[in-house]
Ligand binder design. Structure first.
Ligand code: UDP
Length: 384
């Protein structure tokens, strides 16, 4: 049985691999000239430079970690982020150290003790929940964190107010009532030893997988009333689509909003900044600077260090932009559902991934969802 997988990022490549291992002959079609989707990286100045912004692997999902471990060795890496508040660097997520760096010492002690009493030591509290606390000290603290860490950064990143976005987005970066200074607290925190691109090369290296790069699948795929057509012929084989659902249906119900990014790479001298990622939460047009030499264990021999600045912008069609983030909100999800309810009529067409599912997911969830979808397809097509 043939299968068509559109997109060679984490979602598409994982699904393709699982289908291939279960006897499907999989044709992976990728628009860009490389595999790996937005996790694609290239080795430069002694470090893996992530061409589409920093990708840090972290997961609680043992199955996902074990699956990917078949295709890469890893090195241990715990991600730490600082925010630059007009020259003062504070840990993000905002923790007790950040509190001490930004409040007078007596006030900081008082806030620390009320936070511990109210939420418990070690707790992670979403900023919007903190802001609703009736205690005056906690409110003052919450307002400060909101103003100095979340408000401006979110406006830059999403072009929208926090209140217009799904609360899940803010919950990704809670306030830590502890000294914890790692960005993620998952059980598994590793980076692929030879980079993400090498991982993808192995993931897609299977006798049942063929990969076509530089090919816009939407020029070959048509959704007609009576079924899914590929290269002008009706197909009953599974078609997994990891692109934009609105684009697939030629924006029939209106355009789904996405955020794009403009990356500016620079070669600097190592060390350029005090952390792998520095967020600019109260100033600048860019959201953050990532220094890739700090994502590895070795220091760059050359002394050179590649950094990237991220400038967010609204995604627009026809302008050669990449849609990186779906803008998840109630309104946009309703629009997305119009697309899925229309597409659900096509039983051999499956939407997958950040774009296909219009979900703000991490790499581990992309892999998990892809494995689950492949299992579903294997079950549905078994014996056909
Ligand atoms: N965020 C923020 N200030 C920060 C870090 C994050 O306001 O210093 C908010 C912002 O809205 C961001 C969201 O939290 O888009 C999620 O942050 P995360 O670091 O998970 O974003 P990603 O790395 O996926 O772009």
């Amino acid at each position: 049985m043939k299968a068509i997988v559109i997109g060679a990022g984490f979602s598409g490549a994982t699904c393709a691999r699982k289908l291939a291992e279960n006897g499907f002959e999989v044709n992976v079609i990728e628009k860009s000239e490389h595999i790996g989707g937005n996790a694609y990286d290239e080795y430069r100045n002694g470090a893996y430079v992530h061409k589409y912004g920093p990708h840090i692997f972290h997961t609680e999902k043992q199955g996902v970690f074990e699956f990917l471990s078949r295709f890469t060795e890893w090195f241990s890496y715990e991600h730490r982020v600082l925010a630059n508040l007009n020259g003062t660097f504070i840990p993000v997520p905002f923790n007790l150290e950040s509190l001490r760096k930004t409040f007078p010492s007596e006030k900081a002690k008082k806030i620390e003790s009320v936070l511990k009493k109210e939420y418990g030591e070690g707790k992670k509290v979403p900023i919007m929940e903190l802001k609703e606390n009736p205690d005056a000290d906690i409110r003052e603290f919450a307002d400060f964190v909101f103003e100095n860490v979340f408000k401006f950064y979110t406006q830059k990143q999403w072009g929208r107010k926090i209140e217009e976005l799904d609360p899940m987005i803010m919950r990704r970066v809670p306030v830590y009532v502890s000294e914890e200074d790692r960005y993620f607290t998952d059980k598994y925190q590793f980076q692929p030893k030879n980079g993400f691109t090498a991982l993808f090369e192995k993931l897609l290296a299977h006798e049942n997988i063929s990969v076509t790069l530089g090919c816009d699948a939407l020029k070959r795929l048509q959704i007609k009333d009576d079924g899914v057509y590929f290269d002008g012929e009706k197909t009953d084989c599974p078609v997994v689509f990891t692109g934009q659902a609105d684009e697939l249906l030629a924006y029939r119900f209106g355009k789904l909003p996405y955020r794009s990014l403009r990356f500016v790479f620079k070669d600097e001298v190592y060390p350029f900044q005090p952390a792998a990622v520095v967020n600019y939460t109260v100033s600048e047009d860019f959201t953050r600077i990532s220094e890739f030499s700090r994502f590895t264990v070795e220091k760059p021999q050359s002394g050179k260090s590649t950094v990237v600045y991220e400038y967010p912008l609204e995604y627009e069609t026809g302008k050669n932009m990449i849609a990186y983030y779906p803008v998840v909100s109630d309104e946009n999800l309703k629009l997305y559902e119009k697309y899925t309810s229309c597409l659900s009529a096509y039983k051999n067409l499956y939407l997958l991934g950040r774009l296909g599912n219009y979900k703000y997911i991490n790499m581990d969830a992309a892999v998990e969802n892809a494995l689950l979808l492949a299992d579903k397809i294997i079950g549905e097509f078994n014996g056909k």
